[in-house]
Unconditional design. Sequence first.
Length: 131
Amino acid sequence: MIFGAHILFYSTNPEADRAFLRDIVGLRFVDSGGGWLIFALPPAEAGVHPSEGAFTQEHAGRRMLGSILYLMCDDLAAEIRALAAKGVTCTPVEHDDYGDSTAIPLPSGSYLGLYQPKHPTALHLTTPYKK
């Protein structure tokens, strides 16, 4: 039975990005050894979007699906203010049919998406995986 999902973030400065996720974003974590933090994430959903060309990552000798993570919130403006109070300047807010979004800059120079959805979400679905 599938019971969860594990997301791999690739970073050019993993120690700094781990500290940011721990200290600024406030994600709970376990230390799996040697400072290798595994973060608990909020409930998640996944959508499959079309791609123009290869949007993949090699891992364990396999071509894996590419992905982009957006954390979801119910008050984007409040989250942006909370991050600003911690010295984080998000990108300008974009307004789309699916929701309002911004990106959170990480110490490594990469970004983590943040959005307030306007569409129905699948977060309330708690039915286990069925074959």
